[in-house]
Design a protein around this ligand. Structure first.
Ligand code: AMP
Length: 208
């Protein structure tokens, strides 16, 4: 099954994808995670995109499309995938249509004030990428990763100014994909205001 998770930053796409990949037995491909891994490993690509991510802007389409094309060519993506954070522009969606067919586009529906609360409370462990929330999913010890014991950090792009920019970028460049995929009859809406387990149960029903 080839799935796209579409929705604003902070809608919980990554959290649900981490569960759905085991339920549907397909890889979770997050373009944001791929870019962050490149930044961490100080690759050429990482150096090119570091500032763009910190500001919450979009990486140019050619760079992003090439990275996804390479990732989808890997063996584990042959029997399906969950694309989280891609496509984010109409040009990316057109490019994806040439690479692969898509079975469903899951549209994560949520209010803007809930997003702001979720993003500003998000904390991550830099080495493992594990995410927490200071209110909804706190670590056992404040500010410390449960497993590695490392201090948790706030992503640069989860700081207020970058969050507001990311939401604006979403509205302008990515939200038009809702109509794009609805017209192709691929869109399924899901309310993601509840708890992750509840959302996952709904998703299973919707995709049956
Ligand atoms: P995310 O983890 O999905 O919120 O992505 C973090 C950041 O990575 C975004 O704010 C963009 O700077 C960049 N990014 C991720 N996916 C894309 C994409 N499909 N197109 C352009 N930039 C992207």
């Amino acid at each position: 099954m080839n799935l796209i998770f579409l929705g604003p930053p902070g809608a919980g796409k990554g959290t649900i994808a981490a569960k759905a990949k085991d339920v549907f037995n397909i890889p979770h491909i997050s373009t944001g995670d791929l870019f962050r891994a490149n930044i961490k490993n100080e690759t050429e690509l990482g150096k090119q995109v570091k500032e763009i991510l910190a500001a919450g802007n979009l990486v140019p389409d050619e760079i992003t499309i090439k990275m996804v094309e390479n990732r989808l060519a890997e063996d584990d993506a042959k029997n399906g995938y969950i694309l989280d954070g891609f496509p984010r522009t109409i040009a990316q969606a057109d490019a994806l249509a040439k690479m692969s067919n898509v079975d469903y586009v899951v549209n994560f529906c949520i209010d803007r004030d809930v997003i702001l609360k979720r993003l500003s409370g998000r904390r991550v462990c830099k080495s493992t990428g594990r995410t927490y929330h200071i209110l909804y999913n706190p670590p056992k010890v404040e500010g410390i990763d449960d497993e590695t014991g490392e201090p948790l950090i706030q992503r640069d792009d989860d700081k207020e100014e970058a969050i507001l920019n990311r939401l604006e970028v979403y509205e302008k460049s990515t939200a038009p994909l809702i109509d794009y995929y609805r017209e192709k009859d691929l869109l399924v809406d899901i309310d993601v205001s509840g708890a992750p387990d509840e959302i996952m149960e709904n998703l299973k029903k919707i995709l049956k």
